[in-house]
Design a protein around this ligand. Structure first.
Ligand SMILES: [Fe+2]
Ligand SMILES: [Fe+2]
Length: 502
C-alpha cells in the first residue's frame, strides 16, 4: 500500500531529529578530544576543575545546533526532509572546526582559516544559508574557545583572553560574511582562490584596529598578528578550493563549477553525443540556449537549466538513427511497425536517465532527462497506427512519464518542443513563432503536464515571450548578399562574364 504523504513527511522529520542528535553527540565528542589533545597529561583534572564551563559548553552547543534545526524547520523545510542535507551541513561544521583547531593549536591561533566555512557553504548550499550558518560557526568557535582549554593551549595569555575571544568571534563572523559576498561572484575555481585574497582586506583592517594597543608594547606581535590573519584568509580560499570537489562528490552537490565542467564540450557524454548523434547534439545546444534564457527570465538556476538541456536527449545514443535529426536518406521507421517505432522513441527518456546515473551525473540532471516528455502522446506514430489498423491504444503511444517535477524540467519540456517545431517551419516570422510557442504551452497545459511542478501561469507567459525573443535570435533573418563576383585582379565583374567560353 502507498504510504500517506503526511506519514512520509513525519517519518523523514523523525530521521532528521535523530540525525541532529547524532551530529550533536559527534560534536561533543570532537570537543572532548580537543580538550584531551590540549592537555594530554592533565585533561581529567582540567575537566574536574572546570565542570561548570563544561556544562555550559554542552548546553550552548546544543542550543546552537537546535538553532540550525529550527532555522531549517521554519525557513527551508524541504532541506530538512533529506537526511543527506543534514549530514552535509554538520559535516561542514565538523570539518571546519577540526581544520581551524589544527591550525590554531599547532601553527598559530591567528592562522585559523575561519572564512573557509562560509566559502564552502555558499557553493554547497546558498547565500542565505551561508550567512546564517557562518554566524553559528563563529559562535561555535567562540563557545569552544570560551569553555575549553583551547585558547591557553594555543599560547594566548590570561591577560589577552577576553580581547582575543571577542575579536576572534567578530573576525570570524565578518570575514566569513565578506567571503560569502566575494565568493558569490566567483564563476571559476581559479577565481575562488581570489576570494581569500579579497577577504584579507577587511580582515586586516579589523586586526590592525583590534591589536592597535599592542603596537606600542610589542610591534613584532602586532606585525605577526597581521601576517597570520592574511595567511588565514588566503588559506581559507585554498582549502575551500581543495575540499569543494570532495563535498561535491560525497554529497552529489551541484556547484556552479561542477555545472560548468559538465557543460564543457570535452565532457565524455557530450563528446559521444557529438560524434554518434550530431543532430541531437545540435538540437541540445539550441534547447540549452532557450532553456537558459527562460530560467533567467523566471529566476531559476540558469546554469542548471543549461546543463540539464545539454543532457536531456542522451538516451537517443542507444539508437541515434531512430530519431529524425540524425537521419539522412535512410529512415528506420519505414521498415518497422508503428508500435515498435513508438517504443524506440519513448524509451529515450528512461535510457537517458539510466545512462546519466551510470555515468555519475547529478540526479537533478538525470531527472530532467526522464521527465522532459512527461506522459505526452507520440502523435505521429499513433496516427500511423490508426491509419494502418483502424484502431490503436493511446497508452502504447505515450511517454512513460513521470510528469515534470521541477520548473527546470517544465522549461526544458517547452523549449525542446518549440525548438523542434520551429526548426520544421518554413515561415519563422515572430508572429508564427509566437503562435507555435503558445500552442505548445497550451497543449501541455490541457494534457496536465505541469500538474506536478510549481510553475505558475505568469511564469508560463514569461517563458513564452522569452522563447519568441530568443528564437528570433537563433533563426534571425539573413541579409540578402549582392550578386557580385571578383576576378583575379580583385575587380568586380558580372557573373555572366566569368563563364568560360560563354
Ligand atoms: Fe527528448
Ligand atoms: Fe529533445
Amino acid at each position: 500500500m502507498k504510504e500517506k504523504k503526511s506519514t512520509k513527511v513525519g517519518r523523514k522529520l523523525g530521521y532528521s531529529v535523530a540525525a541532529f542528535f547524532g551530529c550533536y553527540a559527534a560534536m561533543i565528542l570532537l570537543i572532548f578530544l580537543m580538550t584531551v589533545v590540549n592537555d594530554p597529561a592533565n585533561w581529567y583534572g582540567y575537566l574536574a576543575q572546570h565542570s561548570s564551563e563544561s556544562l555550559s559548553l554542552l548546553v550552548s552547543v546544543f542550543f546552537l545546533f537546535a538553532l540550525v534545526y529550527f532555522y531549517y524547520l521554519f525557513e527551508d523545510f524541504e532541506t530538512l526532509l533529506k537526511i543527506k542535507n543534514i549530514f552535509l551541513i554538520f559535516t561542514l561544521l565538523f570539518a571546519s572546526t577540526v581544520i581551524c583547531y589544527i591550525f590554531g593549536r599547532f601553527i598559530h591561533y591567528y592562522s585559523r582559516p575561519v572564512a573557509m566555512f562560509a566559502i564552502l557553504a555558499i557553493f554547497l548550499l546558498n547565500r542565505r544559508q551561508a550567512i546564517f550558518l557562518n554566524f553559528i560557526f563563529g559562535l561555535l568557535l567562540f563557545v569552544i574557545d570560551l569553555c575549553t582549554n583551547t585558547l591557553t593551549a594555543s599560547g594566548i595569555t590570561a591577560s589577552g583572553l577576553t580581547t582575543q575571544l571577542f575579536s576572534s568571534f567578530l573576525i570570524t563572523f565578518l570575514s566569513g560574511t565578506f567571503a560569502v559576498f566575494f565568493a558569490g561572484s566567483a564563476k571559476t575555481r581559479g577565481s575562488l582562490l581570489l576570494t581569500g585574497v579579497y577577504t584579507a582586506v577587511p580582515t586586516v583592517i579589523l586586526v590592525l584596529l583590534f591589536n592597535l594597543p599592542e603596537v606600542t608594547k610589542d610591534w613584532i606581535d602586532y606585525v605577526s598578528a597581521v601576517g597570520f590573519r592574511i595567511l588565514a584568509c588566503i588559506l581559507s580560499g585554498v582549502l575551500a578550493l581543495a575540499l569543494l570537489p570532495l563535498f561535491e562528490r560525497a554529497f552529489n552537490r551541484l556547484t556552479v563549477f561542477r555545472l560548468r565542467e559538465l557543460t564543457s564540450t570535452d565532457a565524455a557524454l557530450l563528446v559521444r553525443l557529438k560524434k554518434e548523434a550530431p543532430g541531437t547534439f545540435n538540437h541540445s545546444l539550441i534547447v540549452a540556449q532557450l532553456a537558459e534564457s527562460c530560467a533567467v527570465a523566471i529566476g531559476e538556476n540558469a546554469e542548471l537549466a543549461r546543463a540539464a538541456a545539454y543532457y536531456h536527449d542522451v538516451g537517443k545514443l542507444k539508437e541515434p538513427e531512430g530519431f529524425t535529426e540524425n537521419q539522412t536518406d535512410y529512415n528506420l521507421h519505414d521498415e518497422i511497425t508503428p508500435e515498435l517505432s513508438a517504443d524506440i522513441i519513448r524509451s529515450h527518456t528512461k535510457n537517458g536517465y539510466d545512462l546519466l546515473i551510470a555515468n555519475h551525473l547529478p540526479k537533478e540532471i538525470a531527472r530532467v532527462a526522464l521527465e522532459h516528455h512527461g506522459t505526452l502522446p507520440i502523435k505521429y506514430f499513433y496516427d500511423k497506427a490508426v491509419r494502418y489498423s483502424g484502431d490503436a491504444d493511446l497508452r502504447d503511444f505515450s511517454y512513460f512519464g513521470p510528469l515534470p517535477q521541477t520548473r527546470i524540467a517544465a522549461i526544458i519540456m517547452i523549449s525542446d518542443a518549440v525548438e523542434a517545431a520551429v526548426r520544421a517551419m518554413a515561415d519563422r516570422s515572430p508572429e508564427q513563432v509566437e503562435k507555435i510557442c503558445r500552442s505548445v504551452i497550451e497543449e501541455r497545459m490541457d494534457l496536465g503536464q505541469f500538474d506536478e511542478c510549481d510553475i505558475t501561469m505568469k511564469e508560463l507567459s514569461v517563458v513564452r515571450l522569452t522563447l519568441v525573443e530568443a528564437l528570433s535570435g537563433v533563426h534571425h533573418h539573413r541579409v540578402q548578399y549582392p550578386n557580385i563576383q571578383f576576378n583575379r585582379d580583385r575587380k568586380a565583374v558580372n557573373p555572366d562574364e566569368e563563364k568560360p567560353n560563354g
